[in-house]
Write a protein that binds this ligand. Structure first.
Ligand SMILES: Cc1ncc(COP(=O)(O)O)c(C=O)c1O
Length: 304
């Protein structure tokens, strides 16, 4: 990670070091806040943020679920992200909006009237999982940690506190020598990765778990759209880990991980142990789309 120089904070561009959260604040104490993760890519016509509108909509919905009132409209948040990217001037970057409670006082745990801060940081993130993840595929471990039940933490809110679950799962996988974790839901069915949604390929069709237990991934939605536009059959259906073991191909997708082929799960080789043809096709198309090489999906790009 190469950190940015400036952060958009409550309507102003400030120095990176200037942003502070008191340890007594409710976001620090309880993880009561929400965030987003967005990527901005280099294209032949300049920088473009991928699906910025959808990310800001999800941020607003994440906050709504937690009773946090963001004092900005979706269009103002889009303008703020624009300012943050321009202020840092990376060729490509990762954009992280935060909605949080930085102050403290009489805590009621009713957040409807809490003073909510909004910050947008920008940094250069490069490849998330590892250098050769895209070319060689990664090794994944089914986690001993379960993806939250839908009534434990809210699964459709990208809430800070949810990420303890994901960090435990990812940390466990890394300590065991794998590249990433796979979380199952409370019924033992495949849910998602710590920051990724998952797809498998069976008899040429792509299958992904339904939205019930998972975050509504924007990359997942993009892959479903791109694949069906290519005439590839797509299905949203629950499945077990051993259905994954015997599938032809598996891949993860998400803003941070982009499209990442999976070559092994729990010591079992997937397909031929290399990125399969459908994964490669969708992965290449995805990178063409985000880099502005596919006319059809220009509507997903927001130029900065
Ligand atoms: C738990 C979880 N699932 C899936 C995703 C993928 O979502 P997206 O494609 O919108 O980045 C993310 C990343 O935000 C995530 O944190």
């Amino acid at each position: 990670m190469i950190k940015g120089k400036k952060i958009w904070l409550n309507g102003r561009i400030v120095d990176w070091e200037e942003v502070r959260v008191h340890i007594v604040s409710e976001t620090f104490s309880y993880g009561y806040g929400v965030f987003e993760g967005i990527r901005c890519y280099k294209t032949k016509d300049g920088r473009a943020v991928f699906r910025l509108h959808e990310h800001m909509e999800r941020l607003i919905n994440s906050a709504k679920i937690l009773f946090l009132n963001i004092p900005y409209s979706r269009d103002e948040l889009i303008g703020a992200a624009h300012e943050a990217v321009k202020a840092n001037n990376f060729e490509e970057c990762y954009i992280r909006p935060y909605v949080y409670v930085s102050t403290y006082g009489e805590s009621t745990w009713d957040f409807r009237k809490a003073a909510v801060d909004v910050a947008i940081a920008v940094w250069d993130w490069g490849t998330y999982i590892k250098e050769k993840a895209v070319s060689e595929g990664i090794r994944v471990k089914t986690s001993s940690y379960t993806r939250h039940h839908v009534n434990v933490n809210m699964t459709k809110s990208k809430a800070n506190a949810n990420y303890i679950n994901f960090a435990l799962a990812r940390g466990e996988a890394l300590r065991a020598g794998f590249d990433e974790a796979l979380l199952l839901d409370v019924n033992g069915l495949v849910a998602e990765g710590p920051v990724e949604n998952i797809f498998m390929v069976k008899r040429g069709e792509i299958i992904t778990p339904p939205l019930t237990y998972i975050l509504e991934g924007i990359t997942r939605d993009s892959i479903l759209t791109i694949a069906s536009d290519q005439g590839i059959q797509c299905r949203e259906e629950s499945f077990t880990r051993d259905q994954l073991y015997t599938s032809e191909e598996v891949f993860f997708c998400g803003t941070a991980a982009e499209v990442t082929p999976v070559r092994e799960i729990d010591y079992i080789q997937i397909g031929l142990g290399t990125p399969g043809p459908i994964t490669k096709k969708l992965m290449n198309l995805f990178f063409d789309v985000v880099c502005g090489r596919e006319e059809r999906y220009m509507k997903w790009l927001f130029y900065v």
